[in-house]
Write a protein that binds this ligand. Structure first.
Ligand code: PLP
Length: 349
């Protein structure tokens, strides 16, 4: 399918026709020049945020492009990955007509966004080893299948999806394949970013919310061909990434060493926690993790969840998810937080 890939066939007709809103700051963005800006009805008194933010986030995209070895035209930024995911739905999925494919147990937002956008979600359960069931995925595809969502490392299962399986799906899927790499910086697996040039239907999503420690500023990153990015760009709200976020994100992205140190710290703490969990008798299974959290199977998840809560520790009970009966998802905290968790676990009976 890749040889005859035609993006325009996947774009919703109304989006294809759309002439995007052109904001004042789209037409005149050069703040370096000594111009008098009377074009956007802003308050002229400087306070750091009185001007609209750069709608194309030029500085931030340039820094990311350099670091990730892509072109700025391969990048779209959003108010968290959640906005990016929603924009992808709205650009490509015709409500009540098109469908998407997801692989539960996985990130809940794909399903929620499919409901909001009134797009059918064809759910193909992962296998017992939390890898995709390729033959079932292929069976679910039809001419209205627009997007296949793959979360790798996957939330809540914590494992990475095997690269050869992902590649087979990218090659066979007639629509766009979105790989959600929210946890990629904790993984030993390589990012799919380096493969963008190989696959015209590939979209990679990353975020500053996890490894970069910036969940509060809301910055999601979409990497894809310039052609795909141009389509999504047409429908994004002009000022979707605010100025405070752009400034903070840029600072953080440039602090490569600071980010790496925290990742290494979390990985070290993860391995300590995994060793301890093995010794706790009501922990029946510890699933392999490629992320900054661990999924464990316990004797009675509701009981253990409540007991931990009584000791002031909040975990996530994932028992309602398919293949996740009696599981808890636990985020790796600081050394002190993890020690509190371990002490609490050892006190439970
Ligand atoms: C946490 C998470 C995100 C991050 O979403 P943001 O809106 O960027 O905070 C995205 N995808 C998955 C699978 C996640 O677990």
């Amino acid at each position: 399918m890749i040889s005859n890939f035609k993006l325009s066939a996947l774009v919703r007709p109304n989006v294809l026709r759309l002439k995007p809103y052109s904001s004042a700051r789209d037409e005149f963005k050069d703040f370096e020049q000594e111009l008098v800006f009377l074009d956007a009805n802003e308050n002229p008194f400087e306070n750091g945020v009185n001007r609209y933010p750069d709608p194309q986030q030029y500085n931030l995209k340039n820094a990311l492009a350099k670091q990730k070895n892509v072109d700025p035209t391969n990048i779209l930024l959003g108010n968290g990955s959640d906005e990016v995911l929603d924009l992808i739905f709205r650009a490509f999925c015709e409500p009540k007509t098109d469908n998407i494919i997801t692989l539960p147990p996985t990130y809940g937002m794909y399903e929620v966004l499919s409901e909001i956008n009134n797009v059918e979600n064809r759910e193909i359960l992962l296998l017992e080893n939390f890898q995709p069931d390729l033959s079932q995925v292929v069976k679910a595809i039809d001419s209205q299948s627009k997007i296949l969502f793959i979360c790798s490392p996957n939330n809540p299962t914590a494992n990475g999806i095997a690269a050869d399986e992902i590649e087979k799906m990218i090659v066979q899927f007639p629509g766009l394949v979105v790989i959600d790499e929210a946890y990629i910086d904790f993984s030993e697996q390589a990012s799919w970013l380096t493969r963008l040039k190989d696959f015209p239907n590939l979209i990679v999503i990353q975020t500053l919310s996890k490894a970069y420690g910036m969940a509060g500023i809301r910055l999601g990153i979409c990497y894809a061909s310039a052609e795909i990015i141009a389509v999504i760009n047409k429908i994004k709200p002009p000022y979707n990434v605010n100025k405070l976020t752009q400034t903070k994100a840029l600072e953080r992205i440039l602090d490569v060493e600071g980010v790496q140190q925290e990742i290494q710290n979390i990985l070290k703490e993860r391995s300590i926690l995994l060793d301890t969990l093995k010794k706790i008798d009501f922990v029946e299974k510890i699933y392999p993790t490629d992320a900054n959290f661990v999924l464990i199977k316990v004797d009675d998840a509701t009981k253990r969840y409540t007991q931990l809560l009584e000791k002031g520790i909040v975990t996530r009970n994932r028992s309602s998810q398919p293949l996740c009966q009696n599981t808890l998802r636990i985020t790796i905290g600081t050394k002190i937080e993890n020690e509190k968790l371990i002490t609490a676990l050892n006190q439970l009976n």
